[in-house]
Write a protein that binds this ligand. Structure first.
Ligand SMILES: [Zn+2]
Ligand SMILES: [Zn+2]
Length: 653
């Protein structure tokens, strides 16, 4: 993780994984959906150095930005962890020791660039020099950025250390290697067992590497930032990022179990019969079909992946997405565009690069949203619910069903069955097409029944039609929920019920007499001016400095949900470690706040500003009922106080 996600990252892993996880829950499978940010590796160290921040500061910021984006897009991670957390370091070390004890790790000696001034070995990217192919004078030790030639640091003409500019020397250093050669027969056998489960692209790619023959792979690096190698003589080294990152799947599951206070709950997922699905971009296929399974086989304690969904790339308007050229849709902007996340999810699902590269096209986005999401799905639900609202005083009518009505309800069951097998096969785009197929059926049925005419001439027929349509709306809500979770919940709310599971589709769960709320159209129609506006807002590139400098803008409405109040400090009690408990009077109410405060001892009797409607939280093992506003800068935290004598409990806004 050394950048902010763009739509290619969303369509190429997080969204398909989310749809699949939501489908699994809907289908009644015990599911845990985990992910995390991989925060180690040279690229992170290099990026942090360029920006003048520490790797920790850099990854803290990126983690926050990523998590906000996934939340906004309703990516329903059960846990989204970080590889910089202690639980991950611990899990990685244990995982490694087992491989080591099992005899799959050997030591080797490498000749690597070393800077005598900085007294450290230099990773490839820490050496720059003149490219031997094109003469570019700032070629990196792993690749020339101008002519793309892959390089080794010793091939550079006049190499220099990027930290100090001195010429490195080449010194021998010991590193650890995973014996993929020794694992090859087992890996081959396992990959062969995946034929027919994996897509042909993924299967053929993996078999291709096996046929080339596997070599031992270096799993350590001369870096400070990363998981330390728990062996004597390796104190200065960390694990290669591709060694520790996939172990993050396990540590994130463990963390999820601990957060849910069921510390053993992770085990059935990794040590039992559970099926593990990975959703990854195609550049990560070798790591998930060879390297990671090799690590798992060498360790011997964990299950291997069942399915590796290797996704291709999403392009943007005829070209690769590029942040440096400002070409693409950059997700930190999405909340500013004031368009429901479901609308983005809808079109992104249609262009998930399942089998080949795909492309975001604004024209197509507009056209498909208007025709399929608004004109087909949204229209069917809206016309059904508003019709019931207008002609049946908001109650689902009771009626005798005819053959045509029954056949239409049966269509729901058929679609749900096909949908189930498509989604289980990770054919997500086809799954969404099934949803649209059912609303198409609904629209055609509504049209053929002509309830607007029959409500006067043959009221019994109109009642039957609307009963059927109301049930189709419910079925649609269930089927669309993995793709369009917000809208699905909204349809259920309008129908006065909760979303059921896949088994409920076609079961006429909406009974006669059910009260329906007054509907509004679910999705907005997008005009040319809307598209221009959306394009302008979302294609903006946020500079890293900008992210550090300020928080994203919030709306006034959002702000008004914060209940800030003036409180008088009645007692101050020291808790140790810089923490204090403050007894506060907010006029009518007494509350306690716990916080780290530099100026706590001066606060007794004074007025401070607090956030009064925060959910009570724990600090330093104590309960804080309100949140004290503090001005925080390097090492100090001062309460925001009021000098004027205003009434206790008065609002701050
Ligand atoms: Zn070059
Ligand atoms: Zn140096």
């Amino acid at each position: 993780m050394n950048n902010v996600p763009h739509i290619g990252n969303i369509a190429g892993s997080h969204l398909p994984a989310d749809i699949f996880a939501r489908f699994c829950r809907l289908a009644g499978y015990e599911t845990v959906f985990i992910g995390g940010s991989d925060e180690h590796g040279t690229p992170i160290e290099v990026a942090a150095r360029k920006l003048g921040v520490s790797p920790k500061e850099l990854t803290d910021k990126y983690y926050e930005v990523h998590r906000e984006i996934y939340e906004w897009l309703d990516i329903s991670y059960d846990n989204f962890s970080r590889t910089s957390r202690e639980i991950h370091h611990r899990t990685t070390k244990e995982f490694f020791m087992k491989i080591y004890e099992n005899g799959y790790v050997t030591e080797g000696v490498l000749l690597l660039p070393y800077c005598e001034h900085d007294r450290r070995f230099l990773p490839d990217r820490y050496v720059e020099g003149t490219c031997p192919s094109c003469g570019y004078d700032s070629a990196r030790g792993d690749q020339c950025e101008r002519c793309s030639t892959l390089l080794n640091p010793d091939e550079l003409v006049e190499p220099r250390c990027v930290l100090c500019g001195n010429k490195p020397v080449f010194k021998e250093t010991r590193h650890l290697f995973l014996n993929l050669d020794k694992l090859e027969p087992k890996l081959k056998e396992w990959i062969e067992s995946r034929r027919g489960v994996w897509s042909p692209q993924v299967y053929n790619m993996a078999m291709g590497w096996i046929k080339e023959g596997l070599k031992p792979r270096c799993i350590t690096r001369d870096l400070e930032w990363g998981v330390k190698v728990p062996l004597e003589g390796y104190e200065d080294k960390v694990f290669y990022v591709w060694f520790d990152a996939p172990i993050g799947y396990i540590s994130s599951t463990k963390e999820w179990a601990e957060l849910n206070r069921k510390p053993q709950a992770w085990e059935p997922y990794w040590k039992g019969e559970a099926k593990i699905f990975h959703f990854i971009g195609k550049d990560n296929i070798p790591f998930h079909t060879i390297f990671w399974p090799g690590m798992l086989l060498a360790n011997g304690e964990y299950a291997l992946p069942y399915r590796v969904a290797g996704l291709q790339y999403l392009n943007y308007e005829g070209d690769k997405i590029s942040k440096s050229r400002g070409w693409g849709i950059f997700c930190e902007n999405l909340p500013k565009a004031q368009l429901s996340s479901d609308v983005w999810r809808f079109y992104l699902t249609l262009i998930i690069p399942e089998t080949s590269d795909t492309e975001w096209k604004w024209r197509e986005f507009q056209e498909r949203v208007n025709r399929e999401l608004v004109g087909n799905l949204g229209n069917f639900i809206y016309r059904t619910l508003s019709f019931i609202h207008r002609y049946f005083s908001g109650e689902v009518p009771r009626a005798e069903l005819g053959e045509e009505d029954r056949r239409t309800l049966e269509e729901s069951r058929r679609v749900a069955q096909e949908y189930r097998s498509l989604l289980w096969d990770v054919r997500l785009r086809d799954g969404l097409r099934k949803v649209l197929e059912l609303s198409d059926i609904g629209n055609a049925y509504f049209q053929a029944q002509e309830p607007w005419r029959k409500v006067k001439e043959e009221p019994e027929r109109a009642r039957a039609a609307l009963y059927v349509c109301a049930n189709l709306c419910y079925d649609l809500a269930i089927l669309m929920s993995p793709f369009l979770p917000k809208s699905a919940a909204e349809v259920a709310r309008l129908l006065g019920t909760n979303l059921g599971n896949l088994e409920d589709v076609g079961r006429e769960k909406i009974k006669p007499g059910t009260k329906i709320l007054k509907p509004k159209p679910l999705f907005p129609k997008l005009g040319d001016a809307d598209i221009e506006r959306l394009r302008r807002i979302t294609s903006r590139v946020t500079k890293f400095e900008e992210m550090f400098a300020s928080k994203p803008e919030i709306t006034y409405d959002h702000f008004s949900r914060f209940d800030f109040r003036v409180a008088r400090v009645e007692e101050v009690e020291e808790l140790g470690d810089g923490y204090f408990r403050l007894s506060l009077s907010l006029g009518d109410a007494k509350k306690q706040a716990v916080a780290k405060l530099t100026d706590a001892r001066e606060l007794k009797g004074r007025l401070v500003a607090v956030l009064a409607n925060v959910e009570p939280f724990e600090v330093a093992g104590e309960r804080s009922e309100v949140l004290i506003l503090r001005s925080v800068s390097k090492g100090t935290a001062m309460a925001v106080t009021l000098d004027r004598d205003v009434k206790e409990g008065s609002r701050v806004r």
